[in-house]
Design a protein around this ligand. Sequence first.
Ligand SMILES: Cc1ncc(COP(=O)(O)O)c(C=O)c1O
Ligand SMILES: N[C@@H](CCCC[NH3+])C(=O)O
Length: 473
Amino acid sequence: MAHPAGPRHADILAAPHLAERPNSPAELSQIPANVYPRGAARNSDEVLEVGGVAVDELAQTYGTPLFVYDEADFRSRCSDMQEAFGPHGRVHYASKAFLSSEVARWVDSEGLSLDVCTGGELAIALRAGFPAERIAMHGNNKSEDELDYALESGIGHVVLDSMYEIERLDRLAGARGVVADVLIRVTPGVEAHTHEFISTAHEDQKFGFALAGGKAMDAVRAVFATDNLRLVGLHSHIGSQIFEIDGFELAAHRVLGLLADVVAEFGLEKTKQIEVLDLGGGLGISYIPSEEPPLVADLARSLVDIVRRESERLGLPMPAIAVEPGRAIAGPAGVTVYRVGTIKDVDLDGAATRRYVSVDGGMSDNIRTVLYDAEYDVRLANRLSDAPAVVCRVVGKHCESGDIVVRDCWLPSDLTPGDLLVVGATGAYCYSMSSRYNMAPRAAVAAVRDGQARLILRRETVEDFLSLEVDPT
Ligand SMILES: Cc1ncc(COP(=O)(O)O)c(C=O)c1O
Ligand SMILES: N[C@@H](CCCC[NH3+])C(=O)O
């Protein structure tokens, strides 16, 4: 069925984030370098290639929806981060953004450390042979089993998040006859300018010990009073998808302020065991071409300067600076390939029309649009089109009207069922937050590099679902 660009399509919707109408089909088919993996481009057949592999081949081999990770891109973001922080830096990849054994091996071979926040993430990391001593465990409600698994595995440190946990980990470490290295997660009261659900350092939330009111200092006293915990660092994480460096700077100043209080109460010698300041993750990425996050190098320079200056002032050796990027490493390295299934023009009030393009995934592989009002860039990937652009909404196949992948976008008016759409920057928090809603099997994940593709997570199957069923006895 033909879907011409009827005049009513044009500019119908004053969608707040809809970019200007592309000037030409050529502009509409561009692959914005700041959103897609490094080196993603159209090949001589006009098909989008990632890591040297054409997405139509990938869709043919592995099916859709499909996550595709560009290994070289992922690795280069690891090494850029490491290089930016230099000898003072300890870069932990936040595995919640996306984890599989293969990804853990990339992180390991790039020399980064790894953050996990559940026993499940730890199990994948260990399965991959990730060195336990370079793993840190987070979480506001780690179970006793998870804490004990961390101790049994000999991970580097645990980031403590509550008074209960101080007591629990001390007891569990004592029972194993070990002393566990710990960091205290501090809530520095910095309002990160990001979505409320992903902002984590204002006081009214579940993570960490607030600096305000002395809770963080109470936690320091409590850890110092244990027999089986060794306080080796302070931690703060102010939120995610942050574009302004000043939030990180303010948090660093406040955490260093706590360090000064520790010196005042416990003296210089005792405080010297606090050898790492972990300033968390949170650096933003470009989901759409108009977004430009700060440079990692600028963030690193600024944080290193603050920490150096303040620690000198306190008479302490320069602590290591840990950071925990997840999105900034995995996000731009991944894209999602969908196949268009149906296209429908829906008349709206005011005589406007909205074109709904339904793809074969949706909120089960990308909940971020619905959850955070996240924006994405989407391109027709299997061919070039010289048709004019129309405003579209890319939606999934789930039984939910909010099942939206890209709320407002421009796509060629000759889009047709069977076409492939690629959504950029889906490498972080899409697969890892995926669900089986409507018993949709989780998508497959492929890695591409130097023109070669391989599966790193197979597609879920109905047999996987059935294997969980318990028959009546
Ligand atoms: C403690 C902690 N560290 C690191 C991260 C990773 O954040 P991002 O992916 O925004 O870098 C998160 C998630 O926000 C987190 O909660
Ligand atoms: N899951 C979130 C961010 C929270 C990260 C973990 N604290 C996202 O998709 O943006």
